[in-house]
Design a protein around this ligand. Structure first.
Ligand SMILES: Cc1cc2nc3c(=O)[nH]c(=O)nc-3n(C[C@H](O)[C@H](O)[C@H](O)COP(=O)(O)OP(=O)(O)OC[C@H]3O[C@@H](n4cnc5c(N)ncnc54)[C@H](O)[C@@H]3O)c2cc1C
Length: 308
């Protein structure tokens, strides 16, 4: 219930303005976010790479309201890819993108987002790395997958995200797994109605188990995006059952969440990718992290009250 309120706050302009106006509010986000600049993201990716992790960097932004902003968001991802290459990180580091940041919500948004995403995907291929397209709320699912289909024609390694809570996801797994896609499976981070999604924790966990089982039995490259120890253990046992080794699938975890588990997994020899966001537009991302774990809100409020 509380999580749903926080998710509502993630999109309410009044709440957003209030939170952003609190001086020093960006300080607390440093646990989850690499920093505000591209240089911060590259530094953090270098550190993670040295520790044995793979990385996917997300330049935060999802409220693009005009064409210039959409172009600038794509420019940032292209520049980020150039920096990844220049710093010798292409073997470990890819980028994640959100189609709304690239213009999806504008008039004729599908075409705009596709052109911007295609530019990023082409540059990723040139520098020797990949792109994964994040999934947003359910009103964007069909159009995001339509764009992903076209991006995969340009570069078949382009990854996609499916959310275990959506009723449609098992069918989407069938389609994209048959094509051997890189599929990140996550529980889903948005406030969705019962008509399109499972809403209770236990149902969502069960849904995730079914999706994992399908993915590991398929031709897909599974990207297991969860911090849930039960589901991480299930992925390990499915990998063993299907003879998948460290290079055949990967775990993905968010920067700053369960670092102990991240370390343990990487030490076990598994492929582990850290999702590393950066940029000044951290608000929506932070609200979703607080909705997942309201204890993060306490951390946030404590940092606010101790600001100097
Ligand atoms: C790499 C990655 C990429 C993702 N991409 C997307 C995407 O494109 N679209 C989308 O809708 N969602 C995305 N998500 C978010 C995902 O949908 C979930 O909201 C999020 O991962 C929490 O679910 P969980 O599987 O970790 O399980 P939960 O049951 O929520 O958490 C399991 C345990 O993990 C820890 N934990 C989980 N979340 C937090 C937190 N915020 N702070 C501190 N501890 C926490 C707690 O110990 C918790 O008990 C992504 C998640 C990951 C890991």
């Amino acid at each position: 219930m509380f999580g749903r309120l926080l998710l509502a706050g993630a999109t309410a302009p009044g709440v957003r303005r209030t939170v952003l106006a609190i001086p020093g509010s960006s300080r607390v986000v440093s646990r989850f976010i690499a920093g505000e600049s591209q240089a911060d993201a590259i530094r953090a990716a270098e550190h993670l790479t040295r520790e044995g992790f793979k990385v996917t960097i997300d330049h935060l932004g999802e409220d693009t309201t005009d064409l210039e902003q959409a172009t600038a968001a794509a420019d940032s991802s292209v520049a980020l890819l150039d920096a990844v290459y220049a710093n010798g990180l292409a073997a470990s580091t890819e980028v994640s993108i959100k189609l709304t940041a690239l213009g999806l919500a504008l008039p004729d948004g599908e075409a705009i987002a596709f052109e911007n995403a295609a530019r990023i995907v082409r540059r990723a291929a040139e520098v020797g790395t990949t792109v994964t397209v994040d999934m947003e709320d359910h009103t964007k699912t069909a159009v995001t997958l339509a764009v992903v289909r076209r991006l995969r024609e340009i570069q078949p390694t382009t990854g996609l995200v499916l959310q275990a809570y959506l009723h449609r996801t098992p069918h989407d797994i069938d389609e994209f797994a048959a094509a051997g896609a890189r599929i990140r499976i996550c529980k889903g981070a948005y406030n969705e109605p019962e008509t399109v999604a499972l809403t209770s924790r236990s149902e969502i966990d069960r849904g995730y188990e079914l999706c994992l089982t399908k993915l590991f039995a398929s031709n897909a490259y599974p990207m297991v995006a969860t911090h849930d120890p039960k589901l991480i253990a299930l992925a390990a046992s499915l990998a063993q059952r299907h003879g998948k080794n460290a290079g055949d699938f990967e775990y993905q975890l968010l920067n700053g969440i369960r670092p102990d588990e991240q370390q343990k997994l990487v030490e076990s020899g598994a492929t582990v990718r850290v999702y590393l966001p950066y940029g000044s537009q951290w608000y929506g991302y932070m609200m979703r992290r607080m909705a997942e774990k309201p204890a993060n809100l306490a951390l946030f409020l404590k940092a606010m009250s101790s600001r100097s």
